[in-house]
Design a protein around this ligand. Structure first.
Ligand code: HEM
Length: 140
């Protein structure tokens, strides 16, 4: 009886950990940059509003030399909201304060219609650390 309880507790703990380990990972910008599609042995990650999606199954869009490769290995919230690959929009990363209400609506729509149903979330970007690094760069 005791050993059955132990087994059950161990299984539950394992299942709980297995279900959370992916989506609880917190990425720095540097870590996220490792998943930009340049190494075919690694998955491809894209952050939108700080949620990191595994977009590897869309590698025809996002892989090395693919049309939307500029969006991956980073947070591309503003670019996706504006459907833009302009360097100025890419540089704005997760700064939704620059978006108009129609751009915010477009962003929510693409998140719910494309990213949530299609790609698993594997973690989140440490947005506070990214902002603090940005402000240090601006201070230089
Ligand atoms: C003339 C301009 C464009 C056309 C005609 C176009 C067309 C398309 C089409 C047809 C798809 C879907 C392909 C499929 O599901 O097989 C697609 C996907 C996509 N487009 Fe564009 N696109 C254009 C510009 C852009 C721009 C400027 C961006 C910048 C953010 C963008 C971002 C994306 C993304 C991220 C996907 C993939 C979404 C996913 O993961 O499923 N597109 N595009």
């Amino acid at each position: 009886m005791v050993s059955l309880l132990n087994l059950c507790t161990t299984c539950c703990a394992f299942l709980f950990l297995a279900s959370t380990v992916g989506s609880d990972r917190v990425f720095t910008e540097e870590e996220l940059a490792e998943y930009d599609g340049s190494d075919p042995s690694k998955p491809i990650y894209l952050s939108i509003k700080g949620a990191v999606y595994d977009v590897t199954k869309g590698k025809d869009f996002y892989g090395k030399d693919a049309a939307y490769n500029a969006l991956v290995g980073r947070d591309s919230t503003v670019s996706i909201a504006r459907m833009s690959l302009e360097p100025a929009d890419l540089a704005l990363k997760h700064d939704i304060s620059v978006l108009s209400s129609s751009e915010l609506e477009a962003l929510e729509s693409v998140i719910t219609s494309t990213y949530v149903p299609k790609y698993p979330v594997v973690g989140r970007l440490d947005v506070a650390a990214a902002e603090s690094a940005d402000s240090r760069r601006t201070d230089l």
